[in-house]
Design a protein around this ligand. Structure first.
Ligand SMILES: [Zn+2]
Ligand SMILES: [Zn+2]
Length: 394
């Protein structure tokens, strides 16, 4: 597992091995500045060793792949699991607040002051969180590694190009033939990766069929294309099958991902945009199986570089900001204070390290664990070592 290194001016350098880090720390040439991800800062020396690195991000609302690649090796690889409990949490909060306003004490209704339509540019909290999660990770990577180029895969295919095939996107990665591949990715997606023959017994391989044949002047426009399995495609061309398509479907636009895409591209105007079908073609070319980490590796320009161990990134909701909690059978409890020590922080007690579990007795005691057993001690006797961040590298 790599250790991140920054120089005395807090600029990111190439990461080093734990062994090297231990030597630097032991000899007093470096100090620990961060525990997760483990980062050391050089106390002396020159600006240090740097290489041009590319960060590739397979964006998404479920899992996000990230990979940092140099010309010779992959320097960092991670897959982040996105939180998907935001809207549920917002519903709970809304319930509490409504109750407080209506039943516990009267206040003027304020119900229409925070919807996306009321405040310009405001995103739904769940969408905003995903945008923020991407920028948090990208910014952190940029602060820990000498990244010079950012490549974002923002979707499966280029929607803008679908609408206007004349568009030439300067930002594409090189190395793949685009045009029809983009359209194919779109058609497959539109047809939900299913044979549209409405017949049973489909074969596995999917193909794209021109409804009006190319030879008869049929175009590559989406409304002339349809997904068929190999078996039914063959049967159709042999005249053993008739298609019964009246109207053409259009793809229900992936609105959420499109909003996220637009936000990210405006936050990182220098980022290079790429698409899933390009990544897929590059993966095939270099015989790489599909995972989020592999996708990110390919997006970052990886093909035969030496790989690194895949890490996981988790988002921990560390600070519970809700003040009121209703407990069944009890009066609502109102928290009056935010405590200095929060769950998952690292604390020291009698020279040993513990992980905080939670505050008890209105801030007087701390429950903590060393991984084996838990204990409760007075907060006056424990010292905080490290405030756990919301971004956790496993
Ligand atoms: Zn079929
Ligand atoms: Zn055909």
């Amino acid at each position: 597992m790599e250790v991140f290194v920054i120089n005395q001016h807090s600029e990111a350098l190439m990461p080093c091995t734990p062994r090297k880090a231990r030597l630097l720390l032991k000899s007093g040439k470096a100090k620990v500045v961060r525990r997760n991800p483990f980062t050391i800062q050089l106390k002396y020396g020159s600006t240090g060793y740097k290489q041009d690195l590319t960060l590739g991000v397979d964006t998404g609302h479920n899992e996000v792949g990230l990979s940092v690649v140099s010309e010779t090796k992959e320097v960092f690889s991670a897959v982040a699991k996105m939180r998907n409990d935001i809207s549920e949490k917002m519903d709970t909060r809304r319930m509490y607040r409504r109750q407080k306003r209506n039943r516990l004490r009267y206040r003027k209704p304020r119900f229409n002051n925070r919807s996306a339509s009321t405040i310009k540019g405001r995103l739904a909290p769940s969408v905003q969180w995903i945008v923020d999660a991407h920028t948090r990770m990208i910014n952190q990577f940029k602060s820990l590694l000498p990244i010079t180029k950012l490549v974002l895969e923002t979707g499966l295919f280029d929607m803008a190009k679908m609408k206007n095939p004349e568009i030439r996107n300067k930002q594409y990665q090189k190395g793949v033939q685009y045009g029809f591949e983009n359209t194919k990715a779109y058609i497959l997606s539109r047809d939900s990766h299913q044979c549209q023959s409405k017949k049973k017994g489909c074969s596995n391989k999917l193909e794209i069929h021109h409804i009006k044949y190319r030879s008869q002047g049929g175009s590559d426009a989406p409304n002339n294309l349809i997904t068929l399995c190999q078996k039914h495609h063959k049967a159709l061309h042999a005249g053993k099958l008739k298609l019964t398509i009246k109207h053409h479907k259009s793809l229900r636009s992936a609105t959420t991902m499109n909003i996220i895409r637009q936000r990210l591209l405006s936050i990182y105007p220098d980022a290079v945009e790429t698409f899933g079908y390009v990544t897929k073609a590059n993966r095939y070319k270099h015989n790489i199986v599909k995972t989020h980490a592999n996708d990110a590796f390919v997006i970052a320009g990886g093909f035969n570089q030496k790989r690194t161990e895949e890490r996981a990134i988790k988002f921990k909701r560390k600070n519970n900001r809700s003040l009121q909690k209703n407990r069944n059978g009890y009066a609502p409890t109102i928290r009056r204070q935010r405590y200095a020590i929060q769950p998952k922080d690292l604390v020291a007690f009698e020279g040993k390290q513990y992980k905080a579990v939670g505050i008890q007795n209105k801030g007087a005691y701390l429950k903590m664990t060393d991984g084996v057993k838990t204990m409760v001690k007075s907060v006056k006797k424990v010292k905080i070592i490290f405030y756990q961040k919301g971004l956790v590298y496993v």
